[in-house]
Design a protein around this ligand. Sequence first.
Ligand SMILES: [Zn+2]
Length: 405
Amino acid sequence: MDTQTAQFFDLDARDATRLRVLQCIRAAGEISRTDIAKALDSSPATVTSACGALLEAGLIREVDATRSGSVQRGRPRVMLQINGTAHVIAGVKVARRAILVMMVDFRGDEIGTHVWPLAESCMAPDVLVKEVRRAVEEACDALDVARGTVAGVALGLPGFMHGETGFMHWSSSVTERNVDFGPLFREHLPCPAFLDNDANLVAKAEHLFGAGRGLCNFLVVTIEHGVGMGIVLDGELYRGERGCGAEFGHVKVQFEGAVCQCGQRGCLEAYVGEYALIRDSSVGRQSDAHKSLRDILEAARAGDALSHEVLERASEILGVALASLVNLFDPEHIVLARSRPQFDDQYTQAMLSALERNTVQVDAPLPGITVRNLDETMWAQGAAAHGIERVSILKIREMGVSDVA
Ligand SMILES: [Zn+2]
């Protein structure tokens, strides 16, 4: 976040410094004022003043490092850490059959998660907003969190949307196109509400807690029903000019190819998304032969040739598409996160081999690739991280306003 975010939210120099100090404390876990000044290349007086304001607002707290034993002698060293009890934030992921809510404290520590089942996978915008509100309220009750204490709700949705403005060009969860979803969402929730493309939020979670920790340039590709991507460049999420970039699932892999859920033909996800695998492995069978990825994997293991071919072909197509990402971005790392169940190793190998064969050949090793199962909670964790970031900005702005008054 940082410069871009501070600019977008129009923070003045003093608030931007407070935000940087808060982020520095968050990243460090526990840090002294002197070390913050060093890390931010800032004067001790500026840091002391910013810390004073953050302490007064209750966003951080002081701890005596001598007590924890990290300092053996000399003057007691006062360390600063995020005050977990300052705020509760709800991270929300809308999936096809359920809404998953993860409640975290201001440090990001999980209070608990709650699943709210959905009757429909695609809804009118106002219906979806009401479902999200209901899911958050139910989560509060189930996890024993007072509804009024939730300081922010952050929502992750599949589709093309602008994370900053909340404008939704298209989402597979919503029946209408071009919806000004941000204002609608904020109107219906009793606390500040934020949204972003769900793959961006997984990238955020990987950056903060996962394989992207400490990296500046990396990509996260998510595969479940559809295919998504989050791009982190120079340490920041890259969204594109209209907020609908990084749509890796809709790069074309075949002229006049299979119909994609976006309405166009030949998109990558129309070949490797779950719905594509179910469609392709059901050709010539009764319509309900394969209902899930699990059915296809099990059929292939039991010797079904079509299921095996479909999985192998999809793995190769995915490998070729990933090679294009390496050729375009030359990232430090790619995280490939796919929904459960786990793919058999032979398909992962087929994908990696296609990736290697189609990458521009230079005498340098390929970027690191992490293939992992996408735990449902990762989406919600990313949404919660987004919520913490946004609530931090709001609280710092509120501090500025009360100073003036
Ligand atoms: Zn498409």
